[in-house]
Design a protein around this ligand. Structure first.
Ligand code: ZN
Length: 397
């Protein structure tokens, strides 16, 4: 029995995915391009799995089950294409890759990730997607094919897809939420599930992830989550707890920052109070909901703060509260970053400084400004690293 037409449609899919020309923004950064090319290979292997299925079915004398098999094979191709284009047609500035890459290195995480446009902030891998797809099979699996060989190669070279909610592509204040997904990896790698906490609610990991991300990135992370929930009340999907407890936990963090406010430069004090006001304003709408969860959440921040700072310290990473204390040594201060922003001049500030500074600017943060600033920051880190290397080579002999 021939399933030629199915084979042809799989061929077309392969061509569509294989020939797709990457945008000049992606090609501009070698590391980003390499990643996307790797992922393209995963999707091409995915189609090979389907071709193996088709070949297997062809060898079997299908009669009664032919209809479901045809239906299955034709529908199989639909998702792979969509899933690939989520990666190559993403609309966030490609410079965010550079930022996440830097943080992956600092936290010693696998850098096998790509950004993808989706319906919310979440992540899963390409292998997970194809496994899900194959799980849905109602027809029997054909025997004697090479499908497993291709599947194993996808598993071995797998990439994590970090999704952002498509509507947020042009609102820089939401971008720090990408860190939530990154800190899920920190949570897994550092076995934070072993932290001794007074609550064991199922959604507790989410709150811990938020608090680690905020402690690292600063008050703007809390505002990102608050603003996102303001736009999508009840959002966050099934895996994420109600916004009330999550924002409440972040308010505890911001409350702690408020207490030690005096040790920070004036500009940072303004950032902390603004973040506190915005977050508590949005949280107040939920303050009467899920009171029992709030009780459970209230002590989490004080319980994780020490272990969190210790983890950062062990990796030579400064928490926001440490790095923001004395910003004069950073070259460009918070106050200058804010001033440059209002003048529209891109600045090579540390990204944490940049995003937190956006909170107190008198004008709406423009994506192009943030993108250009990240570019400058990236180039200056490259410059710094190469200068450092040259110095080491010169003086090593
Ligand atoms: Zn999460």
């Amino acid at each position: 029995m021939s399933l030629d037409y199915v084979s042809q449609s799989f061929e077309k899919l392969s061509q569509h995915i294989g020939d797709f020309v990457l945008s000049s923004d992606i090609v501009a950064y070698h590391a980003v391009k390499r990643r996307i090319e790797d992922v393209r290979q995963l999707y091409l292997a995915w189609i090979k799995v389907y071709q193996e299925y088709r070949r297997g079915f062809e060898k079997e004398g299908l009669t009664r089950s032919l209809y479901p098999v045809r239906r299955l094979l034709s529908s199989l191709g639909l998702w792979v294409e969509e899933s690939f284009f989520e990666v190559v047609r993403f609309r966030l500035p490609v410079e965010l890759y550079l930022l996440l890459e830097e943080y992956c290195q600092r936290f010693e995480l696998s850098s096998h990730f790509v950004l993808a446009e989706g319906r919310g902030f979440e992540s899963h891998s390409v292998y997970y997607e194809i496994s899900e797809e194959l799980e849905k099979l109602t027809a029997p699996r054909p025997v004697g094919t090479q499908a497993d060989t291709f599947l194993t190669s996808i598993k071995e070279h797998d990439y994590n897809k970090m999704y952002y909610e498509s509507g947020t592509f042009d609102s820089p204040l939401t971008w720090p939420l990408l860190l939530h997904e990154l800190f899920h990896s920190v949570y897994d790698k550092e076995k934070l599930a072993r932290l001794k906490l007074s609550s064991n609610a199922t959604w507790l990991p989410e709150v811990v992830v938020d608090l680690y991300a905020a402690t690292f990135f600063g008050p703007v992370y809390a505002v990102s989550l608050a603003r996102y929930h303001e736009r999508f009340p009840g959002g966050g999907g099934v895996s994420h707890p109600h916004q009330g407890p999550r924002l409440f936990a972040l308010l505890k963090y911001l409350g702690d920052m408020m207490k030690q406010k005096d040790v920070f430069p004036n500009a940072v004090q303004g950032i902390i109070s603004t973040a506190f006001d915005i977050t508590s304003g949005i949280w107040t709408q939920y303050s009467r909901e899920r009171m029992e969860s709030q009780d459970q959440v209230s002590s989490v921040y004080s319980e994780i703060k020490e272990p969190c700072l210790q983890l950062f310290q062990s990796k030579g990473i400064e928490a926001f509260e440490t790095s923001a204390r004395n910003d004069a040594r950073a070259g460009i201060t918070f106050a200058e970053t804010i001033r440059y922003f209002e003048l529209g001049i891109p600045v090579s500030s540390d990204p944490r400084m940049l995003f937190n500074a956006l909170l107190v600017s008198k004008i709406e943060p423009r994506p192009i400004y943030v993108t250009e600033s990240l570019k400058k920051w990236y180039l200056s880190t490259l410059w710094y690293k190469s200068e450092h290397e040259i110095a080491e080579t010169l003086y090593s002999g």
